[in-house]
Design a protein around this ligand. Structure first.
Ligand code: GCV
Length: 685
């Protein structure tokens, strides 16, 4: 009888959980109470702020809230002062951020204590790798929301609606800039037709405090300007950029500036003309300066030399420290290689002391299961931002080295490569939305914990009291049976992916260019060595791992002491980075007492078991989730589980050819055949 009753309750609960497709993201506030908003000034931004309060107010019914623009030196830029019934700011954008903060606190039940809230970074920017033909490099959630195939430039009502929704979502987490096109930039973006569309986009984003930026191709003067050269010191080239920038600001007066990938992965750059990165960046910076624009110049550079790829950006950029204009920011990926599931931080952070540096994170999960695997990236970003660089003594975390707390940077910024596309749920996976959310939250406050972010996001995105449904799963019940287990799953999810993909410091062992499935064997004839996994894992009969100590590439020397020595010394090197810095024998004794080979096996197996647990967690929370979002996540977890098993089998069977050791018998045996796996690269469905 008890059982039947239980099933009945379950069925009833699910019935009341109304359908949602995820399009509303974390902004599902339809159960608001009346509120009286007092605001003496008017502007499009303030109108939005008032509307948001009316849409989402969950404080005392019919309370009054005052929005006050009043200068206060303690409030920096678009920061704000918040209390239960008043938001004060220097600007309308500050008011809008304050409103979103207040609403979030109301909706998540977080206390509203009077405080001044300033952002960690002045510029919090999404990078879209969207191409003019509507495709997205490393995009897994449909086509571009900005660009369409067949050069269709008509701005439709649908476009405008989508851009506005996009702007609102960004503003709600404090994102205030967006680069609208791929860093592998088409020169077309600077043509009149494209700029007209940029202008239309900018108009929709402006009231939400979001500036538009563009990626530009360094050779644009010759490619679209018809010049014979794009040499940054050539007067005609300088004039061409000046004129182009003038044209842009005539159309978009608050344009943010340029992002540039130059002399990198085949992209043209100043080095084609015997010039330096500084020559190239300064040319654009000088032209942008009169309009207040900035240049984000990427440090993602490596060439096919014998030098360890992990060392190259540092080698190329350190000699240029102090040579860049003050409106140039060097944009550095979090790790020295390329957005791997785990990397130590790039040694450039904190090392370039006379140059502004900004971190680049990847929100789109190129190397982390794309839009199939549930991986909450905030734990990775927290690990990165809190990494100790020792550059100015202890306490010199990456966060503090980049947000102006230690170095007097003229501009501070952080970028995230967006995971947004035309899919109804924007990101291709309900949980991938949490990474967009988390990027914004960390960009606003780089001291936040990933746990707090997961907690907020889950409450906003899944809580029934934030939906239009009448059902309100009692809070305790919801907290215990949904929030706690799902939050734990999110918190564990990145380490899980590291376990089944590349534990203990292994990196870049993907098959082919898709960067999805495993391919430790992948090394097509004629391929650049540093684009193939054997270059990174270096497995042989003696052992596995990349020796980056003094006996190897000596990349450790790029880290400030005592870090360099810590990484070098096996006694102090964190095991999470072990095979990043060391080549070790298969029988090397780990801290657990196991051999390295056994430890590798256990990590892969643990990863698979963890995904199986995630499946159970999710299946159990069915009564608390609407059917549409529930089944999307359920089926993605099934695929993730199959994929994790493939990763484990592929890596263990492949490395076993070198280790010649058995897979410990407590571990479930591989179920795949290595030759079959090698023949058929894992495909995303
Ligand atoms: C936009 C990696 C990616 C490329 C990307 C490049 C970059 O190599 O695989 O798709 O190109 O990084 O960040 O420039």
């Amino acid at each position: 009888m008890k059982q039947i009753f239980g099933v009945f309750i379950l069925a009833l609960t699910s019935f009341f959980v109304s359908a949602e497709d995820g399009h509303n993201l974390w902004l599902r506030n339809s159960k608001s109470k009346p509120v009286n908003v007092v605001c003496l000034k008017n502007s499009p931004t303030l109108t939005i702020a008032k509307q948001e309060l009316q849409l989402g107010w969950q404080g005392e019914a019919s309370a009054s809230i005052s929005l006050k623009i009043k200068q206060d030196k303690a409030i920096i830029g678009n920061g704000f002062k918040i209390s239960k019934n008043e938001i004060q700011a220097n600007t309308g954008f500050g008011i809008l951020y304050g409103v979103f903060e207040l609403l979030r606190r109301q909706q998540t039940g977080e206390e509203i204590i009077p405080a001044i809230v300033n952002a960690s970074y002045e510029r919090r920017i999404l990078n879209h790798w969207d191409n003019p033909d509507g495709s997205i490099e490393r995009g897994y959630a449909g086509g571009s929301i900005f660009w369409r195939k067949n050069n269709s430039f008509e701005v439709t009502e649908n476009d405008k609606k989508l851009w506005q929704e996009y702007a609102r979502a960004n503003a709600s987490v404090g994102i205030n800039g967006t680069v609208l096109n791929n860093v592998n930039a088409s020169p077309l973006i600077l043509s009149k037709e494209y700029l007209e569309r940029v202008k239309a986009i900018a108009e929709m984003l402006r009231p939400y405090g979001i500036k538009t930026y563009l990626s530009v191709k360094f050779s644009s003067p010759s490619l679209v300007g018809g010049l014979k050269t794009s040499d940054p010191l050539n007067p005609d080239v300088i004039k061409w950029w000046n004129d182009k920038i003038h044209e842009i600001y005539n159309m978009i007066p608050d344009f943010g500036g340029f992002l540039v990938k130059a002399s990198s992965e085949g992209q043209p750059g100043p080095q084609d003309f015997g010039r330096t990165h500084a020559d190239g960046a300064n040319l654009l910076a000088d032209a942008l300066k009169p309009f207040g624009g900035i240049v984000m110049w990427r440090a993602f550079v490596y060439s096919a030399t014998d030098e360890d790829r992990a060392k190259q950006a540092y080698l190329e950029f350190m000699p240029l420290d102090g040579k860049f204009r003050d409106n140039v920011i060097i944009q550095v990926k979090n790790g020295p290689i390329d957005f791997q599931p785990r990397e130590p931080f790039s040694p450039l952070f904190g090392a370039m002391k006379k140059t502004s540096i900004m971190p680049e994170l990847q929100i789109t999960q190129e190397y982390l299961g794309q839009s199939v695997h549930l991986v909450f990236l905030a734990t990775m970003w927290e690990e990165f931002l809190k990494s100790e660089t020792y550059q100015e003594g202890s306490g010199s975390s990456v966060a503090r080295c980049t947000d102006g707390s230690i170095f007097p940077q003229k501009h501070t910024a952080i970028a995230g490569v967006a995971n947004i596309g035309l899919d109804t749920d924007w990101c291709g996976h309900q949980f991938a939305q949490s990474n967009w959310y988390a990027f914004g939250r960390l960009a606003w406050n780089n001291q936040l914990t990933s746990e707090q972010i997961a907690n907020e996001w889950l409450k906003l995105t899944f809580s029934q009291s934030n939906s239009s449904s009448d059902q309100s799963g009692t809070s305790d019940d919801w907290n215990d049976h949904f929030l706690k287990p799902v939050q734990k799953m999110m918190m564990d999810s990145r380490e899980t992916a590291v376990n089944y993909m590349m534990p203990l410091g292994l990196h870049h062992i993907f098959a082919a260019n898709e960067h999805y499935g495993p391919g430790p064997w992948w090394a097509p004839k004629g391929m650049r060595k540093d684009w193939t996994p054997p270059y990174y894992h270096k497995a042989d009969s003696a052992g596995i791992g990349f020796d980056r100590t003094q006996t190897g590439s000596n990349a450790v020397s790029q880290y400030h002491e005592p870090l360099g020595s810590q990484y070098s010394d096996l006694k102090t090197c964190p095991e999470i980075y072990l095979l990043w810095f060391h080549h070790l024998p298969w029988d090397y004794k780990m801290k657990s007492g196991k051999t390295l080979w056994d430890e590798i096996c256990y990590h892969y197996d643990t990863g698979v078991q963890q995904v199986r647990e995630f499946q159970k967690v999710w299946d159990k929370v069915r009564p608390y989730v609407d059917p549409e979002r529930f089944s999307q996540v359920q089926s993605k977890l099934r695929e993730q589980c199959i994929n994790a098993q493939v990763w484990k089998d592929a890596c263990l069977l492949y490395f076993q050819q070198f280790s010649h050791r058995v897979i410990p018998f407590e571990i479930e045996r591989p179920v795949h055949d290595l030759n079959e796996l090698i023949k058929n690269d894992l495909k995303r469905h």
